[in-house]
Design a protein around this ligand. Structure first.
Ligand SMILES: [Fe+2]
Length: 226
């Protein structure tokens, strides 16, 4: 498969383009840079979908939750761009890495040139990520019930505008890049599930302590009851 499309399910007379607002143009660039598909991967997480989304939004968990996967790539400086409810987070490369630099030099003609790691949050249920435009990932968050979420992951190589080179880099790099997606989700899964256990417990207890129509209950209820 080459390419990826997104659509909006809600029939509220707001077009997908209007809903996306200023991030629309960024997404066009991202999708145009998608090359050959590397992997399709699903994982079930025993937590409400909002817990999974919240975990993805909080980039600071990366250092502690992914010390041997995502954090290995030596990213430090972080920039956030906000587009109403959507956002883009960029973390530039800081560590010297000869293998990475060699790959980037080979792929100098790639469609999306980013210095480091970039994560796009398209609320409510889609996140996109890329390492330097070399690999691109789409994560779709799908609620199955109040406490179970499926994360669907599509991973692609970056488009290089050179079929031969794309094939060479695919053979060199696709296995490790696919492995990274799986490892990162396996590391996030227990964190989300622990948070869900805490939420389920506190919601049960708070039912007896707080009036059901209070602001607190209105906030916490949707997290434990879809
Ligand atoms: Fe994570």
């Amino acid at each position: 498969m080459r390419g990826f499309c997104i659509y909006k399910k809600t029939n509220d007379n707001i077009s997908l383009k209007s809903y996306l607002g200023e991030i629309y143009e960024q997404l066009i660039e991202f999708f145009a840079a998608i090359g050959k598909q590397v992997e399709y991967y699903e994982i079930l997480i025993n937590a409400n979908w909002k817990v999974v989304v919240e975990n993805a939004l909080k980039s600071y968990h990366t250092w502690f939750a992914h010390p041997n996967s995502l954090s290995k790539y030596g990213t430090a400086k972080k920039d956030y761009l906000l587009y109403k409810q959507h956002s883009i987070y960029t973390s530039n490369h800081t560590k010297l890495d000869r293998k990475r630099d060699k790959l980037l030099a080979m792929a100098n003609n790639r469609s999306l040139k980013i210095d480091g790691y970039q994560h796009y949050f398209v609320l409510p249920m889609l996140t996109l990520a890329t390492f330097s435009g070399m690999s691109l990932t789409a994560h779709v968050i799908e609620p199955l019930n109040a406490t179970t979420t499926k994360a669907i992951n599509y991973r692609f190589m970056g488009k290089l505008n050179d079929d031969t080179l794309e094939e060479i880099l695919f053979n060199m790099n696709s296995q490790s890049t696919a492995q990274l997606t799986r490892v990162a989700w396996e590391e996030d899964k227990p964190i989300c599930e622990q948070v869900q256990l805490g939420l389920s417990e506190i919601t049960e207890k708070m039912e007896f302590l707080v009036e059901k129509n209070s602001a607190y209950m209105n906030f916490i209820k949707p997290i434990s009851n879809l």
